[in-house]
Design a binder for this molecule. Structure first.
Ligand code: FE2
Length: 311
């Protein structure tokens, strides 16, 4: 019998989950309860957890195969490919390559052919103030559009371009050019049907350059409108981090943004995993191959935990 308790923390999305220790091996019943709550609330916050890269991997792989971050190898944990380190700590005197990750509204890995299904981030160190993460509910963004606009968008595809990632060039010319080489532009539907909820969600974010079949000039005002509409404050939950928070969200129906409003002299240090979603979309320029992903990779050497609920 599970002791998990779930309380909403936002109107648009977000719930706090207590009564569980994620460093332990959870029962299938607990995993199912968490998964059900995740589909309902889109963002789950587990406060007061004590995790490390290994226990983070063991917990999050219960919800699906983990990405090995081949699309951004510079951001990997030094020993565990399935863990990304989001930090502003310097390494050997050199600035971090992830110090400014995620500072525009996006859905993780939407610029790839296998966008992330879920993302989990665990807070190990945080600045005294600032450095929050905001989430916007893209079901609501879609449902609040007029029927004619929804019908128009239902038939539209969008080009996602990793070049539009905020601050990419600030990470250094080598990182930026390698990132672009590994991640050529891809095409995804502007509206996606969530495979588990069966509901439609807007799939537009600040990494969208243009719509297929519309000119750049025609696309820009629509992209601008949809970006602004989709992150209206009424669709947003803002998470104020505490050390020990594990936050797990659904990229198929959310966009999110890491707010860069903190003192760079203070440390913000997080570790992250992503569960891989379905193969999705196509290349804008066929033949320009993206980075290899490694399905089933266990390069970390961590023994597989109980079989994942979903592939
Ligand atoms: Fe992100």
């Amino acid at each position: 019998m599970t002791t998990i308790s779930i309380q909403r923390v936002g109107f648009a999305c977000g719930a706090r989950v207590t009564g569980t220790d994620l460093s332990k091996s959870l029962s299938d019943e607990e995993i199912r309860a968490i998964h059900t709550a995740w589909l309902e609330h889109l963002v789950l916050v587990f406060p007061g957890q004590t995790l490390d890269p290994v226990t983070l991997v063991n917990f999050t792989r219960r919800f699906g195969q983990l990405d090995d971050y081949a699309t951004q190898p510079f951001a990997r944990h030094p020993e565990i490919n399935e863990v990304m380190v989001l930090t502003n700590k310097r390494t050997n005197g050199r600035p971090s390559k992830t110090y400014n990750n995620g500072q525009n509204w996006h859905s993780d890995l939407s610029y790839t052919l296998r966008p992330a299904k879920g993302t989990s981030v665990y807070c190990m160190e945080k600045p005294s103030v600032g450095g929050d993460t905001m989430f916007a509910n893209m079901y609501l963004a879609y449902e609040t559009l007029s029927p004619k606009m929804r019908a128009f968008l239902d038939g539209l595809e969008a080009i996602h371009d990793a070049s539009l990632i905020e601050g990419l060039d600030d990470r250094g010319p080598e990182v930026a050019s390698e990132f672009r080489r590994l991640n050529p532009p891809v095409i995804h539907p502007a509206v996606r049907l969530h495979p588990e909820s069966g509901k439609k969600a807007l799939y537009i974010n600040e990494r969208v350059r243009q719509f297929v079949g519309l000119s750049r000039t025609e696309s820009q005002p629509l992209i601008k409108f949809l970006r602004e509409h989709s992150v209206s404050p009424r669709f947003v939950y803002r998470h104020y981090w505490n050390i020990g928070d594990l936050v797990m969200w659904d990229n198929r129906c959310l966009v999110h943004l890491a707010v860069g409003d903190y003192d760079p002299a203070e440390i913000r240090h997080m570790i992250r995993t992503s569960t891989m979603g379905d193969h999705y979309g196509r290349l804008e320029q066929p033949g320009r191959e993206p980075a290899e992903t490694h399905p089933g990779a266990t390069s970390s050497g961590i023994a597989p935990d109980v079989a994942a609920l979903h592939d």
